[in-house]
Design a protein around this ligand. Structure first.
Ligand code: G4P
Length: 525
């Protein structure tokens, strides 16, 4: 039994893909599903939102479509080459929200997809910063090599400069776009020559024919330039260091094209090989919970409420930290000390939601909830109490003033507001002087969901007044003088009564810093 637990945990890879919209996250995911046999055709994942006879990713999407709001951060679980892969989706575009960030707290590694035509884009940078603070491995896939993009050397140095991480090229492109010859794969010590969409030739670097220059391509300037660049990079650049990869200080960089599938399998093989299996996690008392310990432990990183308005169900997403989950088992909800029977759970597959029988450390399961669970809750089996640290709060960037439309409905407005804030749907502030309600979010979708849910679940309609984007900075109450507030830096308090300045823009923040150099401005994660 224990040996089995060991084996199951070791073969798990739980990760998220971070990228700016349109960099190719969906296309890469699709290839992973294709290679693993979970889907049969490219284009399936994209079926979301399109009229298609192919099956949709999950039935949630149907529900979301009916609601007109897409809020799912789904989890896909597939078997790839003997590994159990859990991909946790990080919604982008208009779906971007605090949930996107919280999801990153539940993974053991990240794949960062960069469009070679564009380089590091804003959303990638934001997500990178959150992941980077966790010190987990980050793997980079430079995508769209089938198109003419920016110079590879330029892309790698931009990555290092903008993100402040060292990079190590695992493979190097030989040409790009129409002139794409293939990849010089340093990790596997071979060349991958692309002849056509269906035909790649693998040539070992020690192949005598290659060494003697008998292949035609060795005469091309594209080939010699690529070899020169890669050699230069490896002599002058960073050395590969597994330790540094493990703590997120060095990112292995792979080039490829998700659309044509070129370089994707190589990347995935290296990824499952190098990415870590579930790690041990420290509790609030400093105890270290080993993933292979027998007792089940886990924490809730996301609650998806009322996905089906007809059933009003809530699903709590649990990241299992240790042990084995078995359907119907009892656990303790640490916050209340109450016993929780895990009878109705779900796991997430590429094509459907299914009731699960068992799951292991590293997996993510969905627990049907009737309103007892909160984001950040710890659950544990056995008699020994376990409490994992709270999830961080993230600095919101967008703000709205809210007030109830109907003053007669104050009570439901306050109740709804309190519950939704507690659930982490939005963050709540009160202005110092006028006591107005201000809500903050990292993505505009959060406001939409908030408004929708207040109306539908609490029967409270709200007026919302857009305040636009602001830079929120926390300050020590001892350093505060309410006179510091002005129209360009509004003073508010958060729900824990801590003072916060909402700066109009960076200039306002800098102006404030110059004027009050003694005041320390802090941001959340
Ligand atoms: P995302 O999930 O990160 O938002 O990106 P997604 O995979 O949806 O890809 C965004 C667009 O970029 C899609 O085109 C997709 O086909 C294209 N794309 C992804 N990978 C590559 C690549 O390696 N090379 C090239 N040339 N294009 C790539 P679209 O026209 O917006 O969508 P579709 O109509 O093709 O589905």
């Amino acid at each position: 039994m224990e040996e089995n637990l060991n084996k199951e945990v070791k073969r798990r890879r739980t990760f998220a893909i971070i990228s700016h919209p349109d960099a190719g996250k969906t296309t890469i995911t699709e290839h992973l599903l294709l290679y693993s046999g979970a889907i049969r055709e490219a284009g399936t994942v994209k079926a979301k939102g399109k009229k298609s006879n192919k099956f949709a990713k999950s039935d949630w999407m149907e529900i979301e479509k009916q609601r007109g709001i897409s809020v799912t951060s789904s989890v896909m679980q597939v078997d790839y080459d003997g590994y159990q892969i859990n991909i946790v989706d990080t919604p982008g575009h208009e779906d971007f929200s605090e949930d996107t960030y919280r999801t990153l707290m539940a993974v053991d590694a990240c794949v960062m997809v960069v469009d070679t035509g564009k380089g590091i884009e804003p959303q990638t940078k934001k997500l990178f910063e959150v992941v980077s603070k966790r010190g987990i491995p980050i793997f980079t896939f430079m995508n769209k090599l089938d198109r003419d993009g920016r110079e590879p050397l330029d892309l790698v140095s931009e990555l290092e400069e903008v993100l402040g991480i060292d990079a190590y090229a695992m493979n190097w492109p030989m040409g790009m776009g129409k002139t794409l010859l293939g990849l010089y794969n340093l990790y596997n010590q071979r060349l991958e020559i692309r002849h056509s969409q269906d035909e790649d030739e693998l040539i070992d670097l020690a192949d005598p024919m290659l060494l003697q220059g008998q292949y035609d391509f060795t005469k091309s300037s594209i080939y010699s330039q690529a070899i020169e660049e890669a050699d230069l990079l490896h002599e002058a650049g960073n050395q590969f260091d597994r330790e540094k990869v493990n703590c997120g200080k060095l990112t292995p960089v792979f080039f490829g094209s998700a659309l044509t599938g070129f370089g994707v399998q190589t990347f995935l093989d290296a990824f499952v090989d190098l990415a870590p299996s579930p790690a041990a996690v420290e509790t609030v008392t400093g105890e270290v919970i080993d993933p292979v310990q027998k007792n089940l432990t886990g924490f809730i990183f996301k609650i998806q409420a009322n996905m089906n308005p007809a059933h009003r169900d809530r699903i709590a997403f649990v990241r299992i930290i240790s042990g084995k989950f078995e359907k119907g088992m009892n656990v303790t909800l640490q916050r209340t000390g109450k016993t929780l029977r895990m009878a109705h759970t779900t796991q997430f597959l590429a094509d459907s939601r299914e009731e699960i029988q068992d799951a292991y450390a590293g997996d993510i399961i969905g627990l049907y909830d009737t309103g007892n669970l909160q984001i950040g809750d710890t659950i544990y089996a056995g008699n020994q109490e376990v409490q994992f640290p709270d999830l961080p709060q993230f600095t919101p960037e967008l703000f709205m003033k809210v007030s109830p439309k109907n003053v007669m409905k104050q009570k439901s407005f306050h109740k709804g507001m309190q519950q939704l804030v507690q659930e982490g749907a939005v963050q709540l502030y009160r202005s110092y002087h006028t006591e107005e309600y201000i809500i903050g979010a990292v993505g505009a979708l959060q406001f939409e969901v908030f408004q929708y849910r207040l109306k539908n679940e609490y029967n409270a309609e709200v007026e919302m007044e857009n305040m636009g984007s602001k830079i929120a900075r926390w300050i020590d109450p001892a350093e505060l003088d309410p006179k510091m507030s002005s129209s360009r830096n509004l003073l508010v308090r958060d729900r824990f009564d801590q003072p916060v300045f909402l700066f109009e823009n960076m200039f306002a923040e800098n102006w404030f810093k110059d004027k009050h150099p003694e005041v320390h401005l802090k941001q959340l994660m």
